[in-house]
Design a protein around this ligand. Structure first.
Ligand SMILES: NC(=O)c1ccc[n+]([C@@H]2O[C@H](COP(=O)([O-])OP(=O)(O)OC[C@H]3O[C@@H](n4cnc5c(N)ncnc54)[C@H](O)[C@@H]3O)[C@@H](O)[C@H]2O)c1
Length: 354
């Protein structure tokens, strides 16, 4: 079992990584003396781990939630808030969220709004939520077709990452998590990229020692970024590498990409733009493309699809006129926010799949 401490200005909390953490979670909840604990559990996850979950939730009120982007909206947020009222949660109560990034983002948003904010404990159950969404305090739902447009910053009291919960994940959800894992190496740690390159097949096979190491390293790197810039005023933006174009790709229905796969594809196209601008060598572009291609298979887009992707880029509020902000690689293990990307450059980057 390993622990990583997140030391933020107003809050400190621990992220515990290990196997079979039920006892640790129960002990933490008892020590904190919350007035009440309510669980919010991903129903798909519950089907796989009913026995272990029943041990964990025994004696507590439980709400169930669906995973998947279709359920990350106002309607399901209000269901959670209604149940919080029904269970008479008060300001000293805690919501323990057990599920993937969708349940985590939605549940933590509900907790941040209810009575102006109650405690949250994350128990992430997908690889993506373990290496990314459960750490750092971002909460959100989608609204009016715009992803993550309503959200808050709300740091949890603790995060418990149980790697044995990942055995039931679909191949697509494994690859989704690996997409975000790869990103950490590209944005800030070339030694981590070297490790992943060496162990990528074992990682896809979820070999326990490799899995635990990359989860730990991913969280360590994310914690460094979040500690330096909790509210994303500047430096935290580096975590968005691959996300600007990835966002448009994720919305392209017939492509059927998970979040992390879309990020991996986004990292390829955004690296092509960096190469076209002479920011990186062909050798490094090939390295990024090869690693991301372990996670996603690119396809050729029709003109309509290209226009759709560009229309649905994830826009930073600082985008001005025709210029788009994007995080581009500038060297191995290093990225930079570039403010003057043009739509034609994105169009040109799609040639890489021809
Ligand atoms: N808050 C952040 O900082 C942040 C960062 C990255 C991504 N996100 C968000 O995370 C979301 C994606 O998260 P996700 O990929 O976990 O999606 P998800 O929560 O939809 O989970 C994917 C699928 O796996 C199922 N599932 C959950 N645990 C399982 C398990 N152990 N075994 C089998 N199936 C299981 C879910 O029911 C769902 O069908 C997106 O909405 C994205 O915007 C947030």
């Amino acid at each position: 079992m390993k622990k990583i401490k997140l030391d933020l200005t107003d809050k400190q909390y621990e992220i515990t990584i290990g196997a079979k953490l039920v006892r640790q979670i129960n002990r933490f909840l008892k020590e904190k003396k919350y007035s009440q604990v309510v669980y919010l559990v991903d129903v798909e996850f519950y089907k796989f781990y009913k026995d272990r979950m029943d041990n964990l939730i025994k004696g507590y009120n439980v709400m169930f939630n669906f995973g998947g982007e279709d359920y990350k909206n106002l309607k399901y947020l209000s269901f959670v808030l209604e149940d919080m009222i029904k269970y008479k949660m008060d300001r000293k109560s805690a919501l323990v969220i057990v599920g993937g990034g969708v349940t985590g983002d939605l549940g933590a948003l509900a907790a941040s709004l209810y009575m102006r904010g109650i405690s949250v404990i994350h128990v992430p159950t997908t690889l993506l939520s373990q290496v990314d969404s459960s750490v750092g305090g971002k909460t959100a739902i989608n609204f009016e077709g715009i992803k993550n447009i309503i959200g808050t910053f709300h740091q949890p009291d603790a995060v418990f990452i149980d790697t044995t919960f990942l055995r039931s994940l679909s191949q697509k959800d494994i690859l989704s998590g690996i997409g975000e894992i790869i990103k950490y190496g590209f944005i800030m740690d070339e030694a981590f990229t070297d490790y992943i390159k060496l162990h990528i097949d074992e990682l896809i096979e979820m070999e326990p020692a490799v899995l635990e190491h990359v989860i730990h390293e991913s969280i360590r790197l994310k914690a460094l970024v979040v500690t330096a810039d909790e509210k994303e005023s500047d430096y935290r933006k580096i975590l968005n590498f691959g996300h600007t174009i990835g966002h448009g790709l994720e919305l392209l229905d017939n492509f059927g990409l998970s979040h992390g796969q879309a990020v991996a594809a986004g990292m390829i196209f955004e690296s092509v733009i960096a190469y076209d601008r002479n920011l990186i060598s062909k050798e490094y572009l090939d390295e990024i493309t090869a690693l991301c291609s372990k996670v996603v298979t690119l396809k050729e887009f029709t003109d309509n699809e290209k226009n759709y992707i560009i229309k649905n880029l994830s826009y930073d509020k600082k985008n001005e006129g025709d210029s788009i902000n994007m995080v581009l690689p500038v060297a191995r293990g290093q990225v930079k926010v570039i403010n003057d990307i043009k739509k034609e450059e994105i169009h040109n980057s799609f040639r890489s799949v021809i």
